[in-house]
Ligand binder design. Sequence first.
Ligand SMILES: NC(=O)C1=CN([C@@H]2O[C@H](COP(=O)(O)OP(=O)(O)OC[C@H]3O[C@@H](n4cnc5c(N)ncnc54)[C@H](OP(=O)(O)O)[C@@H]3O)[C@@H](O)[C@H]2O)C=CC1
Ligand SMILES: Nc1nc2c(ncn2[C@@H]2O[C@H](COP(=O)(O)O)[C@@H](O)[C@H]2O)c(=O)[nH]1
Ligand SMILES: [K+]
Length: 482
Amino acid sequence: MRFLDGQQPTTDLTYGDVFMVPSRSDVTSRFDVDLSSDDGTGTTIPVVVANMTAVAGRRMSETVARRGGIAIIPQDIPVDVVADVVADVKSKDPVIETAVVVAPSDTVSTVLTLLGKRAHGAAVVVADGKPVGVVTESDCAAVDRFAQVHQVMSEDLVALDAAQLEADGLEATFEQMHAAKIHLAPVVRDGLLAGVLTRKGVVRSSVYRPALDAAGRLRVGAAVGINGDVAAKTRELLDAGVDVLVVDTAHGHQGKMLQALEAVRSVDPQVPVVAGNVVTAAGVRDLVAAGADILKVGVGPGAMCTTRMQTAVGRPQFSAVLECAAAARELGKHVWADGGVRHPRDVALALAAGASQVMVGSWFAGTYESPGDLHDDGTGRLYKDSFGMASARAVAARTAGAGSAFGRARKALYEEGISTGKMYLDPLRPGVEDLLDEITSGLRSSCTYAGARTLGEFHDRALVGVQSAAGYAEGMPVATSW
Ligand SMILES: NC(=O)C1=CN([C@@H]2O[C@H](COP(=O)(O)OP(=O)(O)OC[C@H]3O[C@@H](n4cnc5c(N)ncnc54)[C@H](OP(=O)(O)O)[C@@H]3O)[C@@H](O)[C@H]2O)C=CC1
Ligand SMILES: Nc1nc2c(ncn2[C@@H]2O[C@H](COP(=O)(O)O)[C@@H](O)[C@H]2O)c(=O)[nH]1
Ligand SMILES: [K+]
């Protein structure tokens, strides 16, 4: 990456401070851009779901890995639950999606609760393992909440056969669904429900490649903190089958982190290890020396994060990523830009600055696939609760039952995150895949503007300028007259 006209910025910058100019390009289609990362984590799009309890759970992990990204299960989740999540994600099909399933005797009230768990807009009604109907939100409108599913479901089913699907391919399957005027179809294998396909999902499967491990199963990562028996927890996580290990604490450039990395490396010298958070080249070098392959960069940019207000510590994220990525590159290592990503442009800028991937937390909390329950704010707008991992809420959960009550009370004094975030679902993009579409289409387009076919070329070719607040504002759409 170069600054425009050889500028050398004299202050640290964040995403809003910078813009990219187009360069001569011979990349004729945005579909010609390869978004795979080269940092050894096996992702085919450079998007990692942040290890936050309100964001990364099993549905999020499965959905994002099917489209080529990876989610990191937070360190606060008990290790036996992590093992269960990893096994579940790895049991899922890379193309056929997991259905929301109900029984004919379930109530409409149950259906309405479950529909919000995935973006399909329909639940498959199953009896003896076979699909017998489909039920949507509109089927449930204006009927009693205790009505039973069999009374309202549509029995007019067009089911797809998994073997036939493989033989026909995605395009023919899409055309078949189009001709049948259906947006969703249950998929059966030997007559039993194997999942669902949506028309949108079929198109996505033709554009994205799933992030798969050596055995062809979806990838998933998990985080470990720096306290306690790090080696033992690492062993348990690796036995559970996690593909990437994230060693995570607020202040990554500290002695306990270096010891934690040594403990992790003593267990497994091979697994990709991500460590952070840091924002300086010195932090990068020390953590690499202790065994990290990838540095998690970002102190204070997160949407749920109050660290900069509490402590004055942190660094504007674009400059942090630029300096850390350059230091990591010299050592043959990589960085993930963690936090503060709110628009596709931020993803492009982080990658231009040299990050191999971008971590997204709060933005994805506001989707069907995040772990929380859907709420209506009283005006019909849907949202989910979110909270920081250093908030009072997370600290109380993390320390519950550990140590003495006195110790927990002392810990509770330190709070560097908000407990009561409200992340609205975008009515046009309520599912995480809708956001991935928005991010990756923006990023593919950024790459062609820079004349880049790969993310490596994008970083090499990106030409970045510094802008005023008015320059940033000019880029915003204006939907009403002024
Ligand atoms: N990216 C960011 O800007 C930030 C991210 N977070 C996230 O919050 C989660 C919890 O992290 P964390 O609070 O580190 O909890 P951890 O459970 O990982 O514990 C942190 C350990 O480091 C010690 N420590 C020393 N200095 C600090 C410091 N300045 N801040 C925090 N701990 C310190 C603590 O001891 P003692 O308690 O005795 O001081 C404790 O033993 C993580 O997921 C982290 O990524 C949190 C803050 C900032
Ligand atoms: N200082 C704090 N940082 C936090 C907290 N919880 C999470 N985080 C960091 O934010 C990113 C995600 O950023 P986002 O803008 O996409 O939400 C996450 O990976 C952590 O590094 C917190 O309580 N305090
Ligand atoms: K912040």
